[in-house]
Design a protein around this ligand. Sequence first.
Ligand SMILES: NC(=O)c1ccc[n+]([C@@H]2O[C@H](COP(=O)([O-])OP(=O)(O)OC[C@H]3O[C@@H](n4cnc5c(N)ncnc54)[C@H](O)[C@@H]3O)[C@@H](O)[C@H]2O)c1
Ligand SMILES: [Zn+2]
Length: 711
Amino acid sequence: MTTPSALPATEDAAAAELARLAAEIAHHNHLYHHDDAPEISDADYDALVRRNAAIEAAFPQLIRTDSPSRQVGAAPAGHLAKVAHARPMTSLDNAFADEEVTEFVDRIRRFLRLSADEVVALTAEPKIDGLSCSLRYERGALVRALTRGDGQVGEDVTANVLTIDDIPRRLPAGAPAIFEVRGEVYMAKADFAALNARLAAEAAEVGKEARQFANPRNAAAGSLRQKDASVTADRPLRFLAHGWGETSAVPGDTQAEVVAALRHWGFPVSDLFARAETVNDALAVYRRIEAVRADLPFDIDGVVYKVDRLDWQARLGIVGRAPRWGLAHKFPAERAQTSLQAIDIQVGRTGALTPVARLEPVTVGGVVVTNATLHNFDEIARLGVRPGDRVLVQRAGDVIPQIVENLTPDADRPPYVFDWLCPACGSAADREEGEVVYRCTGGLICPAQRVERLSHFVSRHALDIGGLGQTLIEAFFHDGLIASPADIFRLSEEQLAARKKDGRVWAGNLVRAIDERRRVPLDRFLFSLGIRHIGEVTARDLARRYRSARALGAMLRSAVHLFRTTQPQIGEPERKFVLRRDRLLVARIDTAGIGPEVGHALIGFAAERHNRDVVYDLLRQVTVTDVVHETRTSEVSGKTVVFTGTLETMSRDEAKTQAESLGVHVSGSVSKKTDLVVAGPGAGSKLKKAAELGIRVIDEAGWAAIVGAVD
Ligand SMILES: NC(=O)c1ccc[n+]([C@@H]2O[C@H](COP(=O)([O-])OP(=O)(O)OC[C@H]3O[C@@H](n4cnc5c(N)ncnc54)[C@H](O)[C@@H]3O)[C@@H](O)[C@H]2O)c1
Ligand SMILES: [Zn+2]
């Protein structure tokens, strides 16, 4: 996030930056409010918003109609019903420095034309980090709950809200006939940690990667905005009231009086709510709340001031996205110093390597922090951190904290060097020109990536082994039945049958489905290996270019030799070396129509001994068929065909090979995905199934006609 601090010099530059900021902020709004999964910290987000505001202040003529300064939140998500608010739900203007609070009160005085000695009493209370929710009561009954949405239209979360114990179902007798209570739905810090731990444990049980919420605010939002309210019921949500929307009568003349009424009606309101008659008193409340911030059971990110007198609030009204009578005075990000003990590398499911700082445990804002993200290796270089350094750590609305600064840059320690190896499997790590992320090249053997790769291997567009899906792959992997693609072909009927009660038939079918894939066309074979950048189309291009596994293998062997024998020159920076090596390689392999990054990925894969072992092992189980008639096309190209019954003029295998040469996908069983069934004498259940599904059935002669009609 490098936003220049000087304002743009020209109108053109300003307009361009405003356009860029509008797009960037909209993107982050969507991630945050819509997906409950922000990518950047709140501090970084706030910096973008302030930059936008500063440029708009200097160039008011350039304020865009879609300016972020005019918008609240994000449009409601599609999975919940949308309902318009009776009164808009606004946001709050932000202040970071004490002077901005003084200015806020001065502005109010000017607007209301108050004399300098007139008291402008403010209320002050914590700004809870949750999501706002409006609860509508009619004749005492809770009839509807809405999220803020974009301020005008919210999402209906009535059923979800009914699962929250803090929220009264009814107002006591004597309450106004119509009353909308507004407040925050939030999750306590401890509940949040327990929820993430529970999600992790549940995911581990089924061998999946856990969905983890970045912070309590996202957890609260993600839990409330569920289509299925029983999921919400399972999540420890809480509520704190701080305002109101449409009402048939207001129970008081001041903010403090209405809040007291809300408390009286049974709504939780903040214990730290206070009234201040001067700016200094308000700032004193701010400091008092800041001092206990870390000890509160929930996250807060500032203090909210509101003009206490409601007649003044009414006169002040709303400007743009926020009321003129309210202000959010934000706290700085919570920071602490600690030691960096080690830099570990985590391997993601797709092989991306992320460095993580292991820290001497330290309390930051009431949360014990032991890790911080370092994002990537460029970030390590930028910070200049090495194990042993003292570092400044910050938590800004995010649970994964960041390292802000190295406090001991001059200590006599060598710089951190990454050894270019995947810590999970020892394979070489590599990154492409222009990318910051290193990836493990040991896809097929890397434990961090195996399940993902094995699932890909059997998937429909790869080997397409019917009946063998992600769930079974995961189960087989966890039980030690399979670790590599070749293992799938070594599964025995006995082994499988033992897994299920009466599992004989199932096991037999599965083994047969696997056996049917022992012949595999080169393009499918290539695609099934899950090499980065080698998707279906590229695999087909490669297969068409090299035609046989043999020719492709020969090219790879010579390229790999070059790859291994090219060494960095003394003092040559890594990036330069990689570039130079790539140029040599690209010259060696014929990349016409394929592109250098594919060449790079292919060679990186082949250069890894482990990968070659996996492929050789696999080649003992399967036969890769050459691409011979790759230019032939016919009406059946790209279709899924099933052969059944006895074929008279050729063997089943020959028919299959011939079909595959036409780009036909030959399947062993009839399903909705089948396009055509070729039936010979003696065809039984498959034929029946085809008739049931209304699939076209032809005989061998019909097939021969199609095959003969190739152009
Ligand atoms: N990290 C990201 O990508 C990202 C993206 C978008 C927004 N954000 C964060 O979201 C926030 C901006 O969103 P916003 O428009 O909701 O503004 P806001 O959260 O700063 O302030 C407005 C909201 O504060 C809430 N609030 C909490 N306590 C309150 C109280 N006592 N009285 C009144 N209101 C109270 C209300 O729900 C109100 O809608 C910022 O903190 C921003 O950093 C982050
Ligand atoms: Zn690895």
